[in-house]
Ligand binder design. Sequence first.
Ligand SMILES: Cc1ncc(COP(=O)(O)O)c(C=O)c1O
Length: 364
Amino acid sequence: MQIKLPEHIKQLKSYQPGKPIKELIAENNWEQTAILWNNENPMGSSSKAKESVIAAFDGSNFYPDPQSLVLRTKIAEKLGRTYEEVVVGNGSEGLLLNIIKAFCDGDDELLTSSGSFVIIYIWAKINNTPLIQVPLTSDYRFDLDSIANKITSKTKVIYLANANNPTGAQITKKELASFMKRVPASVLVVLDEAYFEFSMDLDPNFPDGVALNYPNAIVLRTFSKAYGIAATRIGYGIAPAPIISPLLNVKLTFEPGNLAQAAGIGALDDHEFLDKTLQNNNTGIQYFYSQFEEMGLNYIPSFANFVMIDFGTADRVNALFEKLKSEGVFVRPLGGSGLPHCLRVSVGRPDENQYFIKKLKEIL
Ligand SMILES: Cc1ncc(COP(=O)(O)O)c(C=O)c1O
């Protein structure tokens, strides 16, 4: 190609999802499958979200409300905030990109841990923002002391995922409080709480970033996980209005679309679906723990809808991944997250969890 690409864009690789699951299922004669690789909701989608989307389709000839006022107001009311303190986006990953676009310029650095949500590293690269990474601790937790030690005058945004994906580990209230004391007011902390509903259900003492209300933090949450509408792409952020307002300026004019807005509006009322989801997750996590203990596996206690297991070597993980896949069990090897000796399994329906355990036992 004659047209020269910027160096940082040349280094990007597009997401390689592999063959679509539907195709793989059609090609194979599996007695059963277990789709446990993307931390999706195994209970389906909120039916209230569906009704709301169907109703919103009429009117799709008009552009949607660019301010998403109904959804922002509804989220704000639920969380005891004003709509000016809420932003909605094309999933929380869309908001992450908008945060970097809005706040990082020139030498401004993004500081985070390695072994976290892979998208943050990609968004930093797309925006040509220098990325500083601190290793996880030996027990796979965010090393907040080391992160705080790395703050310099160039640090603009700090990204923390709580609970962290792919490890499932939690940053406790106490750890977060002492960390935030060390962060200057000129640095924006992103508290990514994509798994918040699961975290709170698994540990009532889990830090609630919205309630903690730090003046220099934005809390990100999503409808993709607990409400089962990952494909509609709708997430939200909560922060003081001066942090929200630049995010409204950098977003696409009509982001998110009307169906995504409607899905979020409907989902928020679906307490029944949420309860069912949380109950399934809690039972699934406990089942995994008891089985992993019986098998003597080294798993990391999780505050989300997945569990990470340390298998010691990348070869062991890759062999397990391939063998499980050949049996219709889809889990996530974590080489892409810099943890090639670890494997992540999402909580599925009971039949999927049991099938995974059965096949894992046979293979091991
Ligand atoms: C920590 C974390 N943040 C954000 C997301 C993205 O969520 P969304 O679907 O809202 O973009 C994920 C998805 O897996 C995640 O694990």
